[in-house]
Every structure is written in C-alpha cells, then in structure tokens.
Ligand binder design. Structure first.
Ligand code: ADP
Ligand code: GLC
Length: 487
C-alpha cells in the first residue's frame, strides 16, 4: 500500500457498517468492512470503524471505551474496542445480542424493531463523528456509510447543518439497492425524525419511510461497489424504484470495484485447506478436489467436472436457475455442490435434489466459512448466475483459487470476468452468459465442460485467473482519492 506523501495529513474517517468480518458476516458487506478500513489504516489514514456488537464468547477481550446517551431517546449505549485494535468501535446494546443473524431471527424473519436497532447505530455514528464522545477525543472529517442500515447518518448530519452546526462530509456506498430499509411512516415519531422531509424529494419512498433513500438524498456523494452497477442502477430494470433519483444524482455517483482480502483468500496458505497450491504448481488443487469429494460423499473421480456454488439463496443469485438445470447436468455426469442459506423453499428444493442424487450432488444448507474455502479450492468451476450483482466476491475468490467462474453478465461480474470466447478473449478468465436464463446458463456450462476436457487449455485458463491481482490495493487508493476530492 502506498503510504501517505509527507505533506499529506491523515484523513479522519468514520466508517459505519452493520457487519464486519471476522466478528460478524452475512455476506460481502462483512468482508468489505473487514478489509477496506484495514487497508486505509495501513496507508496512514486515521480510520475508526463503528459496528454493532452482536455478541461472541470472547467479549471478555474487549475493553470499555465510553458510555453514550443518545439524543432524543436518552438511551444508553456502550462503546467497546478489542485490546489490540482501538480503531474498531463496537456499539453494545442488548437489542443487538440475539440468536439469529444481525437482521433476522432464527426463523429467517426480519427483527420487528430493525428501524430502532439501526437508527441507534446511526445516532451513535453522528455523535462520534461530531466529536461529542469526550473519551474518544476524536472527530471525523468524513463519514463513510454503507447500505440502508447506515443510511440515516448523512441525513442526521444534514439535519444538524440546517440548524447551523458544522458537519463532516458524507459518502454512502450502495452494496445492494434491493435492501432499502423501508418502514411504515409511523416509525418517524418513534425515531424522533421530522415529518417535514417525508415527501418524494426527501425520505419518502412510495409511501414508506426509507433509510436508504434518506442516505441517497442527503449524502454528499454516492458510490457503488463496481462501475457497471453504478450505470445499471440508473436504469429502470435495475433501479428498484430509485433510478430516477440516481439519474438526478449521477454527477455525485461513481463506482469502485471491491477488492478481496488476499491473505484470507490465498490458496498457498489457506489454513482451511487440506493441501496448498499456486499458479506454478496446481498439484495441491487436485488433492483439495479429492478431499472435498470425500467430505461431501461425492464419487471420487478426478475427471468429472465439479461445479461449486456458495450463495445467499435469494432471487438475486439465480439459485432457481441452477435448481432447474441441475437434474440435466447430473444426468450428464457432472458433480455439483451448493452451500447456502436463505429462502426456505429454495433450501428445501436443494436438500431434496441432494438427497435424490447422492454421490453426484451435495447440498449444504447453512453458513460455513471453512467449507466455503474448501469449495473454492476443490471445485473446478464456480457458478454465479446472478440476475444482478453489485460486485460479487466469490468470482474473485474463484479466480484466485484456479476455479473457473461461470457468470451472468451484470454488475461486478461483468467487470471482473471476461469470456474466453468473447471480444476480450485475450483476457479470457471464465465463461460469461446473458441474459439470466436456464438456456444461456446451460450453454455456458457446456462450453466450460468442453474446455475442461482439454487439459492444457484448462490449466492455462486457471493460471491466467490466478495471476490476476484483485487485492484491495487499487480499490483502497481509489477510495482515498474519492475521500480527498470530497473535502
Ligand atoms: P452477497 O454479499 O450479495 O451475499 P458477495 O459475493 O459479495 O455476495 O459475498 C458473499 C460472501 O459471503 C462471500 O464471502 C461468500 O463466500 C460468503 N457466503 C455466502 N453464503 C455463505 C455460506 N452459506 N457459507 C459461508 N460463506 C458464505
Ligand atoms: C452486496 C452485494 C454484492 C457485493 C457485496 C459487497 O451484498 O450483493 O454483490 O459484493 O455487497 O460489496
């Protein structure tokens, strides 16, 4: 990482997020929040990360930093930091420490008080950003908010500016426009927010109050996690009802492609793998495949293409397309492993398919970090038939692990995977299809299978992907430039 030039002062950035790996993670936001702030710190910036504390047995390792009484509600929250990381600020309140995920109960339903839970995070962020927590002796110049859960932060700071207070600059990164934090407007009173901004140019979204829209309207700048997604969301097909607003704000909207944590995701040193390998020596990958087949109860055949998929099981990810095609693929003799959780009906159908095709298909329902690494390493091909994909991280993990990605052409997938038979064939690192349909997916998988049978060609394809650099380096520099341009 390029350190700051001597004359440059570190920027004081408050990064606010609802999840941060390894402490909390339901998807890519957790990965991004775990990696980007670290890169910025390494580059010499003065970063603080604020994230709720969802509880973990090793909380004894945390030290108390401050108590904070939130404005209007008078509620008390506590700020904690790990002993060795004073830059991580965990927000503790009993309503965060529940069984289930940060957003949902164990039955997969949203917590009914999510508006209150994440408004609390936003209020605390505004207090910290404005330097009103004396124990922290710190004030932000810029707040970097992420997704709907933190969408109120730019709005709360704007409300302060209206009554004459100075406020930091604000950036809202959209990781997924589909999640808009929409609530009945009755919530305004409970959250002590003005009804006067509840109109189409303000916080109203088709009759609901929306945390995300508040952020999109009032943040100084908006970013997405890939350049293609920044363009797509300005069109009605991808805009989720917000494309008009995003077109109106297009001058303040840009896209920065996510990176991957290349220490966590490194096939040459990954502690979850039974064997290690690199682009120069792929032998270990064959061992990973054999062991994965064994672990999942698949037939131990090195010559059969093994397809992998790891995903939240929701409409976005196109898992239904894979389900529809699976019987045919299995009949052809291919093997398939799917690791995921989400919609109960998809989970059920996957389980059933796995049960009727033992030896060829494994469905693992749940969230399993270790297995996700072993699938990335042991599979030959990785499926991402997403209908839309703001960035996507698994295609980049796959490239690094020599697991050739098969992706639908959208968002960050279009920005990172180039078809071996397409116009950018010289950069070809995978198989790209469009639109998101069973027929197009089938054709891409069959093309991939033909390449797989030509071993030398396949190894060249694997090596090309493995030699690419998808680390956070250039993305962190791009964020740094963006932050500076906003001040
Ligand atoms: P999204 O954030 O939309 O879910 P991304 O591709 O950006 O998609 O990131 C998903 C992250 O979550 C990846 O790190 C992926 O490996 C991980 N992940 C998703 N589902 C599971 C699961 N069931 N078990 C383990 N890891 C998972
Ligand atoms: C979202 C998107 C995903 C992206 C991730 C991290 O969850 O669905 O495409 O990679 O955020 O930015």
């Amino acid at each position: 990482m390029v350190p700051l030039a001597k004359r440059e002062q570190p920027l004081r950035i408050l990064f606010v997020t609802s999840e941060m790996a390894p402490f909390s993670k339901t998807g890519g936001l957790g990965d991004v929040s775990g990696a980007l702030p670290r890169q910025l710190l390494a580059a010499g910036e003065d970063v603080r990360v604020l994230v709720p504390w969802y509880g973990r047995p090793d909380s004894a390792q945390l030290r108390h930093r401050a108590d904070l009484w939130l404005p209007f509600s008078g509620e008390r929250v506590e700020i904690l930091s790990p002993m060795d990381h004073p830059q991580w600020l965990f927000l503790r309140h009993p309503d965060y420490e529940r069984p289930g995920s940060p957003y949902q109960n164990p039955a997969g339903e949203d917590w009914p008080d999510n508006a209150e839970r994440f408004a609390r995070l936003c209020r605390a962020a505004a207090e910290i950003a404005q330097g009103r927590v004396p124990e922290l002796s710190w004030q932000a110049e810029l707040v970097h908010a992420n997704d709907w859960q933190t969408g109120l932060v730019p709005y709360l700071l704007e409300l302060e500016a209206r009554i004459g207070a100075a406020r930091p600059r604000t950036l809202l990164t959209i990781h997924n426009l589909a999640y808009q934090g929409r609530f009945d407007p009755a919530v305004l009173e409970r959250l002590h927010l003005p009804v006067t901004d509840f109109h189409p140019q303000g916080t109203e979204l088709y009759g609901s109050f929306s945390f995300l829209k508040a952020g999109l309207v009032y943040a100084d700048h908006l970013s997405t996690v890939s350049p293609t997604y920044a363009r797509e969301i300005q069109r009605p097909e991808f805009g989720m009802g917000l494309d008009g607003l995003l077109r109106a704000r297009s001058g303040a909207l840009s896209g920065i492609l996510n990176g991957i944590d290349s220490e966590q995701w490194n096939p040459a040193a990954d502690p979850y793998l039974p064997a290690h390998y690199s682009a120069d020596d792929l032998q270990g990958k064959a061992t990973c495949k054999a062991r994965l087949q064994q672990e999942l109860g698949l037939f131990p055949d090195p010559h059969v293409p093994l397809l992998g998929m790891i995903s939240r099981l929701v409409e976005q990810k196109g898992s239904d397309l894979v389900l529809a095609l699976a019987p045919e693929l299995l009949k052809r003799g291919l093997q398939l492993v799917v690791l995921g959780s989400g919609e109960r009906s998809l989970e059920q159908r996957l389980r059933e398919l796995g049960a009727t095709h033992r030896g060829q298909m494994a469905a693992r329902i749940g969230f399993d970090e270790a297995l996700s690494h072993r699938i990335e390493a042991g599979a030959d091909m990785f499926l991402m038939p997403s209908r839309f994909e703001p960035c996507g991280l698994n295609q980049m993990y796959s490239l690094r692990y020599g697991t050739v990605p098969i992706v639908q052409e959208t968002g960050g997938l279009a920005d990172t995977v180039h078809d071996v038979d397409g116009p950018m064939a010289q950069l070809g690192n995978g198989f790209v299809f469009h639109p998101a349909q069973v027929d197009t997916l089938r054709a891409a998988i069959l093309r991939a299978e033909r390449y797989f049978r030509r071993t030398a060609l396949w190894h060249e394809l694997q090596r090309r992907g493995m030699s690419e650099d998808h680390s956070w380096r250039s993305a962190a520099l791009a964020y740094r430039d963006l932050y500076r341009s906003l001040l």
